[in-house]
Design a protein around this ligand. Structure first.
Ligand SMILES: Nc1ncnc2c1ncn2[C@@H]1O[C@H](COP(=O)(O)OP(=O)(O)O)[C@@H](O)[C@H]1O
Ligand SMILES: [Mg+2]
Length: 303
């Protein structure tokens, strides 16, 4: 497998605290890698190290299979990024802001109209940035990050603070970039729903540690089903099942079977009917990814 980003034991300490701890991140080419974790998990710190903005305490970073320490400039000219509230000249237009960056990056003038088109800001090109909505500013930030036609795009919580329509615009834009230009994209978020709708590969971090890293499909397979029974007198029904050796949970007046094979469900129903309980509903309940995410991050807490 060819990795566009590969870190080995990446660690960052602030004083005694390890903000990032022994992180082995692997981003295959062409993927949208969702870097997911609660606030304070170490996402921004990791991203800053990947972009050469911060020195790791220990561990290595390879981007495009080159050592970031040794080939920093070569690597970074092929990377685009948007990290936390970028600053613009508010009194200049979108075009003029892009022009300032274009000069720094040394890319052809024609690229400005191209990136404005990609982020759908062509119509606002000559408007001053101070009148922009947060969503428009974010799209301008992505336009800047695209100026050098990067092979790897790194976006740190690009939808933070946006309204729902702004979020959808950014999401569609990211999908479009991945499919149309084959760019590899690293996008961080503290919201699972965000990553769920975008990412092809997911890395979950909490307290600086990677606790899951695989394709989104593997993550979805964790969403195993529970069978929920709505019965009369649920507490007694629950005790009666336990007495028969059938594992069940009692939640909000409902019974939930964790072993949901056909035989176990049939067993449970048969016992309950036999013991005189009425069964009102037998339903399948899929655990949401959100539940899994919460559970994963909670389990890590107990360690
Ligand atoms: N420059 C810094 N100095 C000291 N502590 C920091 C610094 N930057 C981040 N941290 C701490 O590192 C941890 C991870 O922060 P961060 O990488 O910003 O998390 P995330 O982006 O996932 O919300 C937090 O506990 C944060 O307080
Ligand atoms: Mg952050």
């Amino acid at each position: 497998m060819e990795y566009i980003v590969e870190t080995k034991g990446l660690t960052k300490r602030f004083g005694k605290e390890k903000a990032v701890s022994e992180l082995d991140m692997k981003i295959p080419r062409g993927e949208i890698y969702g870097f997911l974790g609660p606030n304070g998990a170490g996402k921004t710190t990791t991203i800053r190290m990947l972009l050469g903005l911060m020195k790791p305490t220990s561990g290595g970073i390879e981007i495009f299979q080159k050592d970031l320490k040794k080939e920093r400039i070569d690597i970074l000219t092929r990377v685009g990024s948007l990290v936390e509230n970028p600053s613009y000249y508010p009194h200049l237009t979108a075009y003029e802001n892009l022009e300032a960056w274009r000069k720094i990056l040394g890319v052809p003038k024609g690229r400005i109209q191209e990136v404005l088109g990609i982020v759908r800001l062509s119509d606002a090109a000559n408007k001053k940035v101070k009148g922009f909505s947060l969503g428009m500013k974010q799209r301008l930030g992505i336009a800047v990050s695209l100026l050098n036609n990067p092979e790897l795009l790194v976006l740190d919580e690009p939808t933070n603070g946006l309204d729902p329509s702004g979020i959808i615009e950014i999401r569609n834009l990211i999908k479009q970039l991945a499919t149309e230009s084959g760019m590899t994209i690293l996008i961080s978020s503290h919201l699972l729903a965000e990553i769920d709708q975008l990412a092809t590969t997911v890395g979950i971090v909490t307290k600086g540690k990677m606790i899951f890293q695989d394709s989104i499909d593997v993550l979805r397979r964790f969403a195993k089903q529970n069978i929920v029974l709505k019965v009369s007198d649920s507490e007694h029904a629950w005790r009666s099942l336990l007495a028969k050796g059938i594992k069940a949970d009692l939640q909000d007046g409902k019974l939930s079977l964790s072993d949901s094979t056909n035989e176990r469900i049939a067993d449970a129903v048969r016992h309950l009917v036999h013991d005189g309980f009425s069964i009102y509903r037998v339903e399948e309940e899929k655990r949401s990814l959100e539940d899994i995410f919460l559970q994963m991050t909670k389990e890590e807490d107990r360690v």
